[in-house]
Design a protein around this ligand. Sequence first.
Ligand SMILES: [Zn+2]
Length: 265
Amino acid sequence: MKDIDRIPEPVINLFKDVSRIAGYLWNKEWAERNAGNISIDISEYFGPGELQAGSGFFPFSLPEEAANLTLFVTGTGCYLRSLIDNIEEAACIIRINPDASGYHIIWGGHSENFKPTSELITHVAIHCFNKIHRTSYKAVLHTHPLELIVLSHHSLFRDEEKFNHSLWKMCPEIRVFVPKGIFCAPYSLTGSEELADVTINGLTKRDVILWEKHGALATGENIEKAFDYLDVANKGAKMLLMAWSAGFEPTGLTLQEMKDLEKFI
Ligand SMILES: [Zn+2]
């Protein structure tokens, strides 16, 4: 029996979605080299003890709420563009053990020295947060959206309200589809617990987390919806930069025009 034959069909369909979105990320130049990572909570598709035979155990200190989570997760150092054709090399499924002291890799990770993403601690923290606060949110996407990163170098980044207003005013879609806006997370080292804490704090009030001078992260019901938050937010940043490049300050939607859009939110 091949490895893939052991995977439930809904999960195989999720793999197809991940491959498709990875193609979008590559085409947008948001996923250079090993940039970005993805995880999806697929616990609902696996019973206790399932798929554990023969898998290695990797000690890793995790919050106790993470016990028994089963996650699809991309690998550290792996290229997201590899998800398009070789998902079993660039990603794996992990099952966190009952006391959250580590995990088993129960599928995938078929590349040399494979390990889950270096941002695992942030991804796990978000899935634990989602399990309590928005149970339908299953996917987490971190990538490097060009124009949002450029704007994180601008002084606007220091004033989150003004930053969000500047993007919302660019066109109705931004106001409607990123209604809670963007959280401006000050620079911190990738993979750190500090970054995980700041990100969770940001998700209590915003749709998108912008990591200063690094990239952005969103969570959604599925990988496409997480991508949509980043895509629409980045469109606002791109339009703002285009206006500035053309040498003018955009007029922007008026406060009344933005208020009128609230019925679509
Ligand atoms: Zn990154």
